[in-house]
Design a protein around this ligand. Structure first.
Ligand code: HEM
Length: 484
């Protein structure tokens, strides 16, 4: 009897939640009572949601339990969300792993566009990604790439996981810019999963798992899946890696003989700007989380595509081998390489839906109502594979970008792998420069061979959905030094 009563009570509460019907929502596939469209999403939401858009149009709504999700899947609807009504749509829908009192007030990624967010973005610009800051860090970037090449020269004949290799290179680049030291020892640990890398990966895992509490608010505070608890544990875990360094730099910078002219590390500059330890922890943790996986998975996809497309690889090879490499001017000097990177980001955008946006107020898009607090996705995966927009969209054809004005700087809404508008990726200059330098160096210095002389045309290109869209099967290759 008790069980029956509880079940009845649950259904009643859910029914009441659903009975608030909103008129004029964007079209939606048929929903089931209570769960809405949850059963139709599957483990590759970029594919299932793209299929819905094909059937129901470029702006659709889906019910995930009681949560309303609105998805834009055309350049016009993307522009509406990211440009025309950017102010109303630039709040975030926060995954529960990050919905923590100790994280949210200090977060750049998950804050709404408030004062904290504004000042953190401005620190990003001035200290890391402005042309001046990029120039200041150019030596570190080159050094880390030299370390990577040195590591590979010592690995002759051995199989290397490309994602791990690039992850470590970027990780150490960021660590040297922020803390003045490598966190991963490239001599021994490219292939191992040291604690920090594991913790970062776990944070991403917790952050990308669907949370029952988002779908059914009655479970929200129960944390049944342990996402909040687990996420917080991992977040605190990464802070322990640099706790002592912060302590040491704080005492250095407080010495009377120390002047702010000596603030070479990002950490020093944050301390000078009055950042507390917790602010530093969150800011730095988010830079690692946002910067490493995105960039390393793009490089892995690019290498896989180039291995599969021999003609493209030999074109880029002859371009890269032709001249002395000028690290500062790579985009202009290597147009074919740049086109290959764009084509990789078109076919394999690391954030297929960008990061989740949220409607701050009820508003109207393309004549439909988008209620306040709806979660909003821009399905850039669908847009960049749409045959109405791209000729032969599923093929890897870097040539399509040669001489084309289409760029990813947030003005062309058919191609926004870094987003657009207020929430556009601030790290694009570093991400892009790293991808260019890493690919150019790996092409210049090594021949790429698959283990067991496997046929490159058979490389498995399936993807795995998460916060970033990774290769399902990690790319492993042998880097043979080029005979010069
Ligand atoms: C291939 C490389 C990269 C790609 C494709 C990429 C893509 C993106 C995308 C799609 C977003 C979300 C935009 C939105 O929600 O509208 C984003 C946000 C962000 N990215 Fe990147 N990113 C890359 C590299 C980096 C790097 C290297 C950093 C820093 C080290 C970085 C830092 C951030 C931050 C902090 C945000 C959040 C911005 C905000 O919410 O205001 N990203 N990125």
């Amino acid at each position: 009897m008790l069980l029956l009563f509880i079940a009845f009570f649950f259904l009643l509460v859910l029914k009441l939640t659903f009975s608030k019907t909103i008129k004029n929502l964007p079209p939606s596939p048929p929903t089931l009572p209570i769960i809405g469209n949850l059963h139709q999403i599957g483990d590759k939401p970029h594919i299932s949601i793209t299929n819905f858009a094909k059937e129901f149009g470029p702006l659709i709504s889906l019910r995930l339990g009681s949560q309303l999700l609105v998805v834009a899947s055309s350049p016009e609807t993307a522009m509406e969300i990211l440009k025309v009504q950017d102010r109303l749509f630039s709040s975030r829908f926060v995954p529960s792993a990050f919905r923590q009192n100790s994280v949210l007030p200090y977060s750049l990624i998950w804050s709404n566009c408030d004062q904290t967010w504004k000042s953190l973005r401005s620190v990003c610009r001035s200290e890391l990604f402005s042309p001046k800051a990029m120039e200041r860090h150019s030596r570190v970037r080159e050094e880390k790439i030299s370390d990577m090449l040195e590591f590979l020269r010592n690995k002759q004949g051995e199989v290397v996981d490309v994602g791990d290799l690039v992850f470590t290179t970027l990780f150490n680049t960021l660590s040297c810019i922020i803390f003045g030291k490598d966190f991963v020892d490239s001599k021994y640990e490219y292939e191992t999963h040291d604690g920090l890398k594991d913790a970062l990966e776990n944070i991403l895992k917790y952050g990308s798992k669907p949370d029952l509490g988002d779908f059914f608010p009655m479970f929200q505070n129960l944390d049944i899946q342990g996402l909040k608890k687990g996420g917080l544990k991992q977040i605190n875990n990464i802070f322990s890696f640099w706790k002592d360094i912060i302590k040491e730099r704080r005492s250095q910078t407080s010495l009377s003989a120390w002047s702010s002219d000596q603030a070479n590390l990002l950490l020093d500059r944050l301390i000078v700007q009055g950042f507390s330890d917790v602010q530093i922890n969150i800011y730095v943790g988010e830079l690692y989380i946002a910067g490493t996986d995105t960039t390393s998975s793009t490089v892995a996809w690019a290498i896989a595509e180039l291995l599969k497309h021999k003609e493209a690889l030999s074109k880029v090879e002859s371009e890269v081998m032709k001249k002395e490499m000028n690290f500062d001017n790579i985009t202009e000097e290597l147009p074919y390489l740049h086109a290959c990177i764009k084509e990789t980001l078109r076919l394999h955008p690391t954030g297929p839906f960008l990061l989740p946006h949220r409607a701050q107020e009820t508003c109207e898009v393309m004549g439909y109502t988008v209620p306040k607090d709806s979660q909003v996705f821009v399905n850039i995966w669908a847009i960049s594979r749409d045959p109405k927009i791209w000729d032969d969209p599923l093929s890897f054809k870097p040539e399509r970008f040669l001489g084309s004005k289409i760029d990813f700087r947030g003005q062309n809404f058919e191609f926004t792998p870094f987003g657009a508008g207020r929430r556009m990726c601030p790290g694009m200059p570093l991400g892009l420069k790293s991808i260019e330098l890493i690919l150019a160096s790996l092409i210049r210095e090594f021949d790429w061979v698959l283990p067991n002389s496997d046929d490159p045309s058979k490389i498995d290109m399936n993807d795995k959905f998460g916060v970033t869209l990774q290769k399902e099967k990690p790319l492993k290759i042998i880097f043979n030094p080029k005979q010069k």
